[in-house]
Structures are given as C-alpha cells and as structure tokens.
Design a protein around this ligand. Structure first.
Ligand SMILES: Cc1cc2nc3c(=O)[nH]c(=O)nc-3n(C[C@H](O)[C@H](O)[C@H](O)COP(=O)(O)OP(=O)(O)OC[C@H]3O[C@@H](n4cnc5c(N)ncnc54)[C@H](O)[C@@H]3O)c2cc1C
Length: 390
C-alpha cells in the first residue's frame, strides 16, 4: 500500500516518533499525521535520559549506514532547523578498547567498518598511550577510534527541534495513552486510547520505545522488546577533558566528558538485568562495586572522583539480537514498528525517521535499505546479531 495522503498515527512522540513525523513532511507526505504521547514532559523517555552519543563502530553494516546518516544530520543541524539550532554536537571519536585475545576479530571489524564507509582506525596499545597519556594499556591488545562521524550531543535539544519542526508542519500531538491498535479484516484501522477515545488511521506506527511490546500485546504479537535499566553517573575528576574521547573499556565501562566533568556507566550483570518497567531508581551500588574499580584500573587518575548525581533510564532492549526492529508487521502490513534499538536509538533516529517515512510514502526504503531490521526476523527467530553492544 502506498499513500501520498491518508492518515498516519504514531504511538510515542519522543525522538523516534517525532523523527518519523518530521521526515514524513520533509519528503512531501501531505496527509494527516497524529502523534500520541502519554507524557508530554518526556521525563521518563529513554530519549531524555540517554547519554546521547553516536558511533559508527558497529558490527552490522546497516547500523553503520544509519550512524553515518545521523552524523551528517547532526553536523548540519542549522541547515535544517535554522541558524539558532544547536544540539551541542561534539564530533569526537569513540575509543573502543580490546584485550589481546580480540585483536584478530577487531581488525576484521575495522576492515568491514571501513568498507561500509566509517573512518575507523586500529591503534596498537603504545599508539593509544601516546595519544591518550592517562590511559593504562598494559593489558590491551588493540584500540579503535575515528576522526569523524562519532561523538555526542544534547538529546533534549534534538528532540525539541525535531518536534517543533514537525508541529510547525502541521503534525498534531495528542496527549493520551495508546491502549490498543485496532485491527479489522487484517489491517490496522486506528488506535484506541485508555480514556476510550479512538483515532482512525491508514497507518499505525509503534514508536513507543521500551513500552512498545505492551502496545501490541493484545493483538497476540510478541515483540521481544523490554525495559532494561541503565544508570548514568555524573562525576568530577582530576582529569583533562580536552580531546578526551567516548571511551569504551574492555570491562564494559564507558566514560565521556560532559559539562565541567564526565558521565559514565556500565551495564549490570545479566542476572541483574530483568525487565525494569516503572523502575527508575539509579543502581548506586554499580559505581562502588563494578564501575569505579574498572575505571580506576583503566585510568589511574580516576582513583579520585566525586559523584555529582546519578540517574537511570531504560534501554529498549530487543532480546533477539540487540538491533532495531524497523518495518511492517508481516500480516498487518500497515502496522509499522520502529523500536528495539537497544541503546542506539537516538543516533539512529534520523535514519529511522527517514526510512519509515519513505516506507509510508513510497512503499519502500530509498535512502538506506533498512530491510535487514525488518519484523520477519522476529517472526522466524533469526537474529541479525550486533556484536558491538554496550
Ligand atoms: C542511560 C541511557 C543511555 C543511552 N545512551 C544512548 C546513546 O549514547 N546513544 C543513543 O543513540 N542511544 C542511547 N540510548 C538509547 C536511546 O535513548 C533510545 O534508543 C531512544 O531514546 C529511543 O527513542 P524512542 O523514541 O523509541 O523511545 P523513548 O524516548 O522512550 O520514547 C517513547 C515514547 O513513547 C511514549 N509511550 C510509550 N508507550 C506509550 C503509549 N502506550 N501511549 C502513548 N505514548 C507512549 C513514552 O512516553 C515515550 O515518550 C540510551 C538510553 C539510556 C536509558
């Protein structure tokens, strides 16, 4: 089905939902677009609580292409949104560390990333030490970094810009809790809200992030997406921030500059990583028990640090393969998923927005082929494994 006009209803108005609405207008969709958002403050959205970083160092080509699109979008933000538009994009490479046992696989990864257009280079431990003198490299085998297309930005500013632009182009935001997708004769015909209202639709897009499985559960669709808590610690430390990258350690710990200090985090052990819907309490114990020792091992200057604050948000983890699910349901073809990004949804929001908009307007992906992320793999249980996960 192709529609130049018609009615699109998007469930979830944070960065994924708003990017889809924005790009629909950008590529000339003239029908009505309604975004249903249960919390217009976005306080608990993953978008608002994210670390808002972008990398091209992925193990899956489609993720690399989406990041390259995102980096270009962020770099040229004023061209789209005006001279005042500012998302504070710091374009600076990630530094992803690996032990000696990973050298071969990591070098193969770099070869693939370079073939796909990412500007990634592998450093020997002594080369990494020369560039980043604060780093302890004794147990390292390899470090990979880039000169462009990676870095960090302000996700709230990005969301505000995209949402305002969508509104300015006639997108309607409705406050409400989407309780159910209405399906008649094998097609989605609208969305029912918890307060009893119903909104008719020719297309329904599920961009409800960590809550997206709940939105389609009543249809018997088992979306393997759930809310996993990730805690971010904001710290001050006696460490020079200039030129400091987004560092991913072999331990899984990450740290990058933010404001006058740094932000850092680490995923909990798998056995402590159950569904965390409604749980936004920071996992303070992670800092003392796991994160700080790991960081101090890698960066001895971090023996001294002061915690300023901590917050927790939800990764929308796709437990099948840690990749986004983007595309139509295989039977209800006008029900489109844009969810499950598992910690990389802000950086991939522009590419997802553009791709889903193309799917609706043109009936196919045109800019980037996002079909590897389709729902079919969920149905068949065939993962598209992403190997570079944090
Ligand atoms: C601590 C942390 C660090 C992260 N770091 C990064 C990073 O560095 N880079 C990166 O790219 N990504 C990162 N992410 C992941 C990123 O934040 C998400 O992938 C991205 O925000 C997903 O956007 P979204 O719009 O799909 O989801 P959300 O931002 O969660 O938005 C979903 C929206 O849907 C609404 N909603 C849900 N259910 C309903 C319903 N039934 N009816 C109406 N509205 C509903 C919610 O209120 C919410 O506003 C991080 C996430 C966390 C938690």
């Amino acid at each position: 089905m192709r529609l130049r006009s018609g009615t699109v209803v998007i469930i979830g108005g944070a960065i994924i939902g708003s990017s889809i609405a924005y790009f629909l207008r950008e590529i000339g969709f003239s029908g009505s677009i309604t975004v249903i958002e249960r919390d217009p403050t976005y306080q608990k959205s993953s978008t608002a609580l994210s670390a808002a970083s972008i990398r091209t160092q992925f193990g899956t080509p489609v993720n690399i292409h989406m990041s390259l699109f995102g980096a270009d979008f962020f770099r040229r933000i004023t061209e789209r949104f005006g001279a005042d538009a500012d998302i504070g994009f710091v374009e600076r490479g990630y530094l992803i560390l690996g032990g000696p046992e990973t050298i071969e696989a990591r070098r193969a990864g770099v070869d693939m990333q370079r073939r796909e257009g990412a500007d990634v280079a592998a450093l020997l431990p002594n080369e990494a030490k020369a560039r980043f003198p604060w780093l302890s490299v004794t147990d390292l085998g390899v470090a990979t970094t880039t000169r462009r297309d990676e870095g960090w930005f302000d996700a709230w500013s990005l969301l505000s810009l995209v949402r305002r632009a969508a509104r300015d182009r006639g997108v309607t935001y409705v406050e409400g809790h989407a309780a159910e997708v209405i399906v008649r004769g094998g097609s989605a015909t609208g969305v029912k809200l918890a307060d009893g209202r119903a909104i008719a639709a020719d297309w329904v897009v599920n961009a409800a992030g960590a809550a997206s499985a709940a939105v389609v559960r009543a249809l018997g669709i088992l979306l393997p997406v759930s809310a996993r808590k990730r805690t971010v610690f904001s710290i001050k430390a006696p460490l020079d921030r200039s030129g400091f990258p987004m560092l991913f350690d072999t331990s899984g710990a990450w740290i990058r500059p933010e404001g006058e200090g740094f932000i850092c985090g680490i995923a909990p052990a798998e056995e402590n990583d159950a569904d965390a819907t409604e749980d936004f309490e920071p996992a303070h114990e992670l800092l003392e028990e796991v994160l700080w020792p790991a960081l101090a091992h890698r960066i001895p200057a971090l023996e001294q640090l002061r915690v300023e604050r901590a917050w927790a948000g939800h990764y929308e983890v796709n437990s099948l393969d840690h990749n986004g699910i983007v595309g139509p349901h295989d039977e209800i073809e006008n029900l489109i998923f844009a969810t499950g990004f598992s910690g990389h949804g802000v950086m991939h929001a522009p590419a997802t927005g553009r791709g889903v908009a193309e799917l609706i307007k043109h009936g196919q992906f045109r800019t980037i082929d996002l079909s590897p992320l389709g729902f079919g793999r969920v149905r068949s249980g065939t993962p598209l494994h992403e190997t570079v996960i944090y």
